[in-house]
Design a protein around this ligand. Structure first.
Ligand code: AKG
Length: 298
């Protein structure tokens, strides 16, 4: 096991012992209202809840363009066979396409778009680079679920992100209804770090991207968190977006409705928080999951 960051680990996880709740050691919002498009009310809400909602971040024409690109990618046999594409075993439907900001010029443009990047810079208070990008697809009649987790726990354990200074922007490419598997967040949970039990198996990512088996939060802790914080269901129209902190406890149900749900996720990390050695894995995950290219988004 490699110890990252050459010193004390503020966020231990996947070590021997019990699951634990530890206080967050990092700020949530680093910039102010003068630093970007988000006003003080939105920044305060993000600080309190760990997320904020942006209605109509992109236009209907842009949504159409992204959906066409997603349809093209999902049908391309080369893309389906690529290790950056996760296909559900039973249905053979595409669940996730990673690294879309590098593999698709259409998605690359939105990942660099000032409407997105400006807000990420404002929350993180610095230049940012892309740690990861992906599109999650939930076709109707059987799109898969995502179990409760904190992204930061995995990014710290397996990618070596030292501190909590990372934000995700999830843009809806379809309407997200309460019933087609929208993102759910326990608001306020980003202020508590849930340390998980169980060592990280080698090449854990090969199975964890379909079914998480390490970095799984303890169910008693999840129950207490839900009792205290509640669960927000982030329904919203196509073109709307959710920005959420890396340590929010979040997940989503499967989609048995007839209505597909697809969202792009763009993950921005502060250039002052670049990845080191993983904190709880033998080796870092591949670059398409945790980028080692720290070039700021221009
Ligand atoms: C993840 O990809 O880690 C998620 O939690 C995504 C949840 C979703 O797509 O609803």
């Amino acid at each position: 096991m490699t110890a990252g960051f050459g010193g004390e680990d503020l966020y231990p996880t996947r070590v021997d012992g019990d699951a634990a709740e530890l206080p967050r050691q990092d700020r949530v919002v680093w910039g102010g209202a003068a630093d970007g498009p988000l006003d003080q009310g939105l920044l305060d809400g993000f600080d309190r809840d760990g997320y904020l909602v942006l209605e109509n971040l992109i236009t209907a024409e842009e949504v159409d363009g992204f959906r066409a690109e997603l349809a093209r990618l999902s049908a391309d046999p080369v893309v389906r066979a690529d290790e950056r594409t996760i296909v559900e075993g039973s249905s053979q439907q595409v669940r996730t396409i990673f690294d879309v900001h590098r593999s698709s010029e259409v998605f690359a443009r939105i990942a660099r778009d000032p409407r997105v990047v400006g807000r990420a810079r404002q929350i993180l208070g610095s230049e940012v680079y892309i740690h990861q990008s992906r599109v999650n697809l939930k076709p109707g009649f059987g799109g898969g679920d995502f179990a409760w987790h904190s992204d930061f726990e995995t990014w710290h354990a397996e990618d070596g992100l030292p501190r909590m200074r990372t934000v995700s922007v999830s843009i809806s490419l379809t309407d997200n209804y309460s019933f087609n598997g929208p993102l759910m967040i326990m608001p306020g949970t980003h202020k508590t770090y849930v340390s998980c039990t169980g060592r990280t198996p080698n090449d854990n990512y090969r199975s964890s991207l379909v079914m998480q088996n390490a970095g799984t939060p303890d169910e008693d802790i999840l129950t207490r968190m839900a009792d205290v914080h509640g669960i927000d269901v982030l329904a919203g129209g196509a073109g709307s977006a959710v920005m959420f902190d890396c340590n929010c406890m979040h997940g989503s149900n499967g989609n048995i409705s007839p209505y597909a749900r697809s969202n792009i996720f763009l993950v921005y990390n502060s250039v002052e928080n670049t990845a080191v050695e993983p904190f709880a894995a033998e080796r870092a995950r591949p670059d398409f999951l945790g980028s080692r290219d720290f070039t700021p988004v221009g």
